[in-house]
Design a binder for this molecule. Structure first.
Ligand SMILES: O=C(O)CCC(=O)C(=O)O
Ligand SMILES: [Fe+2]
Length: 201
C-alpha cells in the first residue's frame, strides 16, 4: 500500500500527541507527507474503490473522519464493533517493525464480543503499509491484546452523516485535553483490564 521510501518522511511528519489513543487529524499537527497521505485516503476516488471491495455503493457519499494514534496504553484495544455512526473503517499502520513473536497490539477480527482468542482470520501485525478495512455491522467485532507504547496508525471512518462527524470531532478534541490530564490515571487503570474485555463503541 505504501512506498517503503516514504517511511522515514512519514515518521518525521507524524503528529506528537501528549496523550495516548486516537485524536482527530488536524493539518497543523502533522508534516506535509502525512497530510498528503490523509488527502489520498479521504479522496472520493479512493473511497469508492474501497467501497467496491467492501460491498458499499459509493462510499464517497459518507463524510470521512480521520483520527491518528501515536501511542497506546494498556486500556486500549478492548473488543468492540465500532459505533453505529460508522459505515466503514480503515486502519493504515505505519510502524517500521513489530516484534515478531509479540501478539500485543496486533489487530484481531473476532467471532464474538468476549473472547479475544476467537479470531476469524489470522491477527494483523500493525506494520508499515498494512491496511485493514471493514464494513461496520452489529457483529464486526475487533480488538487487540493490551499493548503499551508507540503504535502509529492513521484511521479513516466514513460516517453516516455530517452531524455524526461534527459530534465525533468535538468529542475527540475534548478527549485530547482530558487524556492529557488523565493520562497517568488511565495508565494505572489500564493495567487491570481483562484481555477479553469489551466496550460498546
Ligand atoms: O488501532 C487499531 O488497530 C484498532 C482501533 C479501533 O478499532 C478503533 O479505534 O475503533
Ligand atoms: Fe474499532
Amino acid at each position: 500500500m505504501l512506498d517503503p521510501a516514504s517511511a522515514s518522511a512519514l515518521d518525521d511528519d507524524f503528529p506528537r500527541y501528549a496523550g495516548a489513543g486516537y485524536f482527530p487529524h488536524a493539518a497543523n499537527d502533522c508534516g506535509q507527507s502525512v497530510n498528503a497521505l490523509v488527502s489520498e485516503l479521504t479522496s472520493p476516488e479512493f473511497a469508492n474503490a474501497l467501497g467496491e471491495h467492501l460491498g458499499i455503493a459509493r462510499l464517497s457519499q459518507y463524510p470521512p473522519l480521520v483520527t491518528i494514534c501515536r501511542s497506546l496504553n494498556l486500556r486500549h484495544g478492548s473488543i468492540h464493533t465500532d459505533s453505529v455512526s460508522k459505515v466503514a473503517s480503515l486502519l493504515l499502520y505505519l510502524n517500521p517493525q513489530w516484534p515478531a513473536e509479540s501478539h500485543a497490539g496486533c489487530l484481531r477480527f473476532l467471532a464474538q464480543p468476549h473472547d479475544i482468542e476467537a479470531t476469524l482470520i489470522p491477527e494483523i501485525p500493525p506494520v508499515y503499509g498494512t491496511l485493514a478495512a471493514f464494513k461496520r455491522t452489529d457483529c464486526s467485532y475487533h480488538g487487540h491484546l493490551p499493548f503499551e507504547g508507540e503504535r502509529h496508525v492513521i484511521q479513516v471512518a466514513w460516517l453516516v452523516d455530517a452531524a455524526a462527524k461534527a459530534r465525533k470531532t468535538r468529542r475527540g478534541r475534548l478527549s485530547r485535553f482530558v487524556k492529557w490530564v488523565t493520562g497517568r490515571m488511565d495508565r494505572a487503570y489500564g493495567k487491570h483490564r481483562d484481555k477479553n474485555a469489551a466496550h460498546l463503541d
